[in-house]
Write a protein that binds this ligand. Structure first.
Ligand code: GDP
Length: 590
């Protein structure tokens, strides 16, 4: 069978997304959201009858809670998870609202085997607290309509810590008395002992994928150190994400007195690493400042990296305000800090699910972004038997598209059976051919790769007879982090990639890491090309769905010497796509 080898130099510039979109004509069996809503409707119709019957038989002394709340607490009883109080009326109303919203989303009441009405599924296995205003953030409880049920359940300990964190955030968050008190202290420049609430301010920095990963890392650090996480709005954090914690805000108030975040850097006077370097601060320093700046950006120095040492954590623990700037997913190195070890073990018995759970807990697309996601999903992806995501991120200088990148994508997709080859010998498949459909979602700043792959499956049938439809939501040309719609599209595309069944990603790209983590997917990672040549082999399967920490420290804090931090424990190892990076994997040693 002769392989199709697309040649980019012949690409037709008049091809466009709109005129070339392949349509999947046949509706296939398999997961279907429209059907799912039907089940929900049927369940909601039957449920009141069941509840009436069950309350008829209930002992009067058992209390007046409704069936929903009772069923829920029964299910969670074994896990000893405390949920915020939920009265039955509210829960029932929530379920009713959900039905209405689900109908709006799908526009159908067909029946499916995907039971979307379960509070367990809606709240992502207890990850999400109940009680939010649903309309203000449709994605929060609707995401379960679009995702496959996965085997990775959050631990009951993680759930209880999240509820505890939410209570802390509510007690100490913006506009509370402890917050005002801590603010006064910050303004005065003097540290007061025994503060009730301590804070971690995450400074908005870098591309969107980097920001999502660094914010998840900051949240985990806040959880481990009992700090309240506050988010610098940057230009678009409010526009892209919903509030993750109930009855409070994670956003730094607009009138917050410290707002010169751009001036924070490795050499700024409040930078912890800089202060250590200049002997301005030691573990025995008596009068600590009320705030410190932590520089954890990829260019950080040896003194900044001491953040990952237990001794330094002891000192940082005494400082009420920490400001953090980072573009890294630094979670793997937290697993190497002895004082965090036990807690992390309890929180994440499955170590490769850290970003998977925290990402799903924290990052809910805002309504405008959810609109981009759901409209695209229903228009192009919903009806396919299988959804394939191909995330193309090229770090080479020059605009591309590059022939070696296209060659590599095709080589990987064909070798690993992600896509079928094109049958260049025949121009038409026999009517008896396999009519399974695959929707291929390509994301890239460049439209060239998409055009080539789409044309390949238009000009030739697939050797398997499968119908291959190829789509790309946007081709923005270059990174435009300052533009609102650009970032909305980037976030929507990461999320759409996370809804696919099989994923191919580019090396070194946090954009791809976000998609794989949210989706719970182990992607095929395209090796980074060297000298503009397609690598052989073109790709490999990820060891875990976790992102890679691109700039980890290589330091043994106790021995005060260099060490390979990727070889200390089996669950923190070097990444597939970056030999010096670190990532979490699941091995049987714990
Ligand atoms: P990374 O640089 O690949 O690690 O990912 P980041 O998300 O941190 O930064 C890259 C930025 O470039 C994104 O946030 C987008 O602004 C833009 N970008 C890169 N690839 C794509 C893409 O496939 N689609 C869209 N819409 N934007 C992209």
């Amino acid at each position: 069978m002769k392989r199709f080898r697309g040649n980019l130099s012949t690409s037709n510039p008049t091809d466009s997304l709109n005129d070339g979109v392949s349509r999947v004509a046949e509706k296939k069996s398999g997961f279907n959201i429209m059907k799912s809503v039907g089940i929900l409707v049927v369940c909601l119709l039957i449920l009141p009858i069941l509840l009436t019957v069950s309350s008829f038989y209930r002992e009067p002394s058992s209390g007046g809670v409704s069936g929903f709340a009772e069923a829920r607490s029964f299910r969670m009883k074994d896990e000893e998870v405390h949920h915020p109080p939920l009265d039955g009326a509210r829960e029932s109303a929530e379920a009713k609202d959900f039905k209405t919203v689900a109908e709006k989303v799908t526009g159908s009441e067909n029946v499916s085997s995907h039971s979307v009405d379960s509070p367990e599924i809606r709240h992502l296995g207890g990850l999400l607290a109940a009680g939010f205003d649903e309309a203000s953030c449709l994605s929060r409880y609707q995401s379960s309509l679009y995702r496959k049920a996965l085997p990775h359940k959050p631990s009951s300990y993680l759930l209880s810590r999240l509820r505890k964190y939410e209570a802390l955030h509510k007690r100490c968050g913006p506009y509370t008395a402890p917050f005002d008190k801590a603010l006064e202290q910050l303004k005065s420049g003097h540290k007061i002992e025994n503060e009730e609430c301590n804070y971690l301010v995450w400074v908005s920095f870098s591309g969107l994928g980097n920001r999502i990963l660094s914010l998840a890392s900051a949240f985990l650090y806040a959880l481990l150190t009992n700090r309240v996480l506050l988010v610098d709005r940057g230009t678009d954090m409010v526009d892209l994400f919903c509030e993750p914690f109930p009855d409070t805000s994670w956003l730094l108030p607009v009138d917050f007195p410290v707002n010169m975040f751009d001036s924070f850097g490795q050499n700024s006077p409040h930078c912890y690493g800089n202060m250590l370097k200049n002997n301005m601060i030691t573990n025995s320093t008596e009068s600590l400042p009320p705030f410190l700046y932590l520089h954890l950006v990829h260019d950080y120095g040896d003194h900044d990296k001491l953040f990952f040492c237990d001794q330094d954590q002891t000192l940082l623990h005494k400082v009420p305000w920490l400001f953090m700037k980072t573009d890294n997913y630094f979670v793997p190195s937290l697993f190497l800090v002895p004082s965090f070890e036990q807690e992390l073990r309890n929180l994440f018995p499955e170590k490769e699910t850290v970003f998977h759970h925290l990402g799903r807990y924290l990052f809910h697309p805002s309504n405008p972004v959810w609109g981009l996601i759901t409209r695209y999903y229903h228009a192009y992806l919903e009806k396919a038997d299988e959804r394939i995501g191909i995330q193309i991120r090229v770090f080479d200088i020059g605009t591309g598209p590059f022939q070696h990148v296209l060659d590599q994508i095709l080589a990987c997709s064909l070798k690993e059976n992600v896509l079928p080859d094109a049958n260049v010998r025949e121009s038409i498949v026999q009517p008896s051919g396999n009519k399974r459909s695959k929707a291929v979602l390509i994301t890239s700043l460049n439209a060239g790769y998409f055009e080539k792959i789409r044309n390949m499956y238009w000009e030739y049938p697939s050797v398997t007879g499968e119908v291959i439809a190829v789509y790309q939501p946007s081709s923005e040309g270059y990174q435009q982090t300052e533009k609102k719609m650009h970032n909305r599209k980037a976030w929507a595309e990461m999320y759409l990639l996370s809804l696919t069944d099989v994923l191919v990603t580019s090396s070194w790209s946090t954009f791809g890491y976000v998609a794989q983590g949210l989706g719970g997917l182990k992607p095929w990672i395209l090796y980074k090309p060297e000298n503009r040549t397609a690598p052989d082999p073109p790709c490999r399967r990820a060891m875990s769905m976790e992102p890679c920490f691109h700039a980890p420290p290589f330091y043994d804090c106790k021995a005060k010497t260099g060490v390979d931090t990727g070889a200390l424990v089996p669950h923190v190892t070097h990444c597939e796509d970056m030999s010096w990076g670190l990532k979490l994997v699941d091995r049987d040693e714990w």
